[in-house]
Design a protein around this ligand. Sequence first.
Ligand SMILES: [Zn+2]
Length: 122
Amino acid sequence: MAALDQGQLAQLRATLEARLAALSGLNDVAESPPAGGRDLPVSEVETSPADKATVRLLNDLALEAAGHNAAQMQVMRKALAKFEDGSYGLCEECGNDIGYSRLQARPEARLCIACQTRFEKR
Ligand SMILES: [Zn+2]
């Protein structure tokens, strides 16, 4: 497997940056509820205990999603940092090329397919 060329690197970097931007947009929404409590459809359906449980569940899910987004953003930032030191596209475990087709599907991948498979079996 040949190393990535400049065009491929640029494309993968752009994909990562776009995903990171999309995630940070989602986080902004989750972290800053609108002032005054308007525009909060979820809180307006508190008419029965069952509805309250649903509201709690939805809020829990929103918090969980925000945490997941933060973790994803961390992964993307780490991947982008590797463009700076030239280690992007190399497996962190064995140092081989991760491969362009795999990176196209998962630009934030840190391991080659062989190491990833071994890792998931552990
Ligand atoms: Zn590997």
